[in-house]
Design a protein around this ligand. Structure first.
Ligand code: 1GP
Length: 272
């Protein structure tokens, strides 16, 4: 659901401090379970849902997942409108595609992180997939969020598939240069990624280096599993923290709520 202030304004709004995104890979569970997970995540404090991840998920699966989450959000908004003790705004949470390429798209999404994998060594991920996806997104009115995407060591599958020249923890100057470049390209968002399930998160000093560039919204993800790790990223300047695996390997909905709650509390304990 698009928040009242519009999607890009909502994403860029820094007045609410650092916020949390739950990433759902539509290839890893049914649309129904994905939807239950998204609702549990929002109850625990997630403020955006990303849908994407795997490289080989068919469009139809991505679409069913987005559609099902949107329908559940509409129901929650309706229920909240009938209940004086709850408020509708809580459920106006955007569902945003986080694509592995031009294949994993859906008109049911509110927007898409329209990304350039800036440290990829191949054209496909710099501009090729984007060229294939753009006409489709325009046709279906899915809002593009202009995003630079940087993959850090260890990088995981996205580093491999994207043929990224991985950024190491001590390359803060390089990160700073990438952030300036992203801004000069007109990107509003810079996503710092360690890879899904990474053994270490993006080095806080690298987040700080990117944060020196004004007016760039920083999304940080990969390998974040605890409130303490989330607080580190938030303190270094992350505006959004993404977790995916945390939700995927939880045993049930209660565990999802508990885990996300811990991350959200970690973020809130930070000075951001
Ligand atoms: C991957 O940054 C995200 O694109 C999330 O990573 O699965 O490690 O939380 P995790």
């Amino acid at each position: 659901m698009i928040p009242d202030e519009g999607l890009l304004n909502y994403v860029l709004d820094q007045s609410r401090g650092c916020r949390h995104i739950t990433l759902i890979d539509p290839g890893k569970q049914s649309a129904e379970i994905a939807t239950r997970r998204a609702i549990a995540a929002i109850e625990a404090g997630s403020k955006m849902i990303f849908v994407g991840g795997s490289t080989d998920t068919p469009d139809e699966v991505v679409h069913q997942t987005c559609k099902s989450i949107q329908e559940a959000l509409e129901l929650q908004i309706f229920a909240a409108s009938q209940d004086p003790n709850s408020y509708e705004e809580m459920w106006k949470i955007p569902v945003v595609l986080f694509p592995g390429g031009a294949h994993a798209l859906s008109p049911a999404a509110d927007g898409i992180t329209f990304m350039m994998l800036m440290n990829s060594q191949i054209r496909k991920f710099l501009v090729g997939e984007q060229l294939r996806g753009a006409p489709y997104l325009q046709k279906f009115g899915v809002e593009a969020l202009p995003t630079g995407y940087l993959v850090f060591s260890p990088g995981g599958k996205v580093g491999e598939v994207g043929q990224a020249e991985l950024i190491e923890a001590n390359q803060q100057e390089l990160v700073h240069s990438y952030a300036i470049t992203a801004k000069m390209f007109g990107f509003k968002i810079l996503y710092l990624e360690a890879g899904s399930g990474a053994s270490k998160q993006v080095e806080p000093k690298c987040i700080e280096a990117a944060n020196q560039v004004e007016d760039l919204c920083l999304i940080v993800g990969g390998g974040i599993r605890t409130g303490e790790q989330a607080a580190k990223a938030a303190n270094a300047g992350a505006n959004w923290i993404v977790t995916g695996t945390l939700t995927e390997d939880a045993a049930n909905m209660d565990e999802i709520r508990q885990r996300i709650n811990e991350i959200v509390e970690g973020i809130q304990s930070s000075s951001s």
